[in-house]
Write a protein that binds this ligand. Sequence first.
Ligand SMILES: NC(=O)c1ccc[n+]([C@@H]2O[C@H](COP(=O)([O-])OP(=O)(O)OC[C@H]3O[C@@H](n4cnc5c(N)ncnc54)[C@H](OP(=O)(O)O)[C@@H]3O)[C@@H](O)[C@H]2O)c1
Length: 331
Amino acid sequence: MSKILVIGATGVIGKVLVDAILNAREQFDTIGIFTSEATIKNKKDLIDSFKSRGAVIRTGDVYNDDDVLNVFEGEWPLTRHYMALWHYYDTVVSAVGRFAIDKQVDLIALAERSPTIQRFIPSEYGTDIAFDASSASEKPHQKKLKVRAYLESDAVQRLKYSYLVTGPFADLFAGYMAAEPRVGNFDLEKKEAILAGDGHGPVGMTTVSDVGRALVAVLKHPEATENKAVLVHSFVATPDELLKEYERQTGRPWTVSYTSMDELKKIEEDAWAAEHPVASIFTLRRIWAEGKTLYEKTDNEAIGLTKTDTLEMVIQANIASPQAAFQSGKL
Ligand SMILES: NC(=O)c1ccc[n+]([C@@H]2O[C@H](COP(=O)([O-])OP(=O)(O)OC[C@H]3O[C@@H](n4cnc5c(N)ncnc54)[C@H](OP(=O)(O)O)[C@@H]3O)[C@@H](O)[C@H]2O)c1
């Protein structure tokens, strides 16, 4: 049994992870959430629902060392009678967003100092940042690479870690790309698709629900996942196959166009030059189109993630709920 603390719990993937952990709550001693007063106020309904399902809510400033240590270690109860109220944690699950990735180095240093924390799962849930030699120079990977380097350095002697690598979220990949449709887009309303490359490039992807299940599996299999990247996916599919499934389920052909790899690289370069806020996403789209989500072997079986969501389910869900968060183009 373990005592799990989630940081970044109300974000795009954080709330899915917390939901999955709470669904498996009988397998954990304590499930805690460390968040800010601002989030408590702004996302009251979500926080209340986590609380009603048994999550312990701790507030503080993630940039304040004392606040962080206080939450990691909890407060010793004055007498044994109150031991059940001692909410310390042994495992940190981080799902902080792209703009706070490097902050995790400080959190890891505090976790290493904190006697109760044994395991730190940093915010990854995406592309394999060590896929091949080219990965080391990809701009979107830099902060996550620094976090990995720190976890693997001599500064960390005690903590164990696991990197959960999922490839793109299938729900998003098969959705509407508001920021720049040319990098890959499925427009359900207009029945139009723009496919990256020639549309035939396979991509290993994971639904957000399966990311949640995979995290629970990682938490439940500490030995099999200790100090390594855990590679999972729900399925492998080409953009063309996604389109065909949309056509099948909507009962009509869609209009399709393609963005060649050269065009994709140009869009990416222009976005970085213009300091576009989601230039990283364009680079990731190019990396995915290059086949860099395909592994000889995944760890699905090793962690018991054998039954996964399917391509049909993703398209069905996107058609049923086109306005859902994962369809909104927020990336
Ligand atoms: N594979 C994919 O397709 C895909 C897609 C999206 C994201 N991801 C990955 O998933 C991870 C989480 O991303 P996300 O989009 O879920 O994140 P997000 O929604 O942008 O933010 C997650 C949480 O991080 C905390 N946070 C945000 N900004 C912060 C700051 N400046 N300082 C401290 N904390 C901050 C907040 O925590 P509170 O909830 O406590 O307020 C926020 O809810 C990242 O590693 C990202 O790369 C992967």
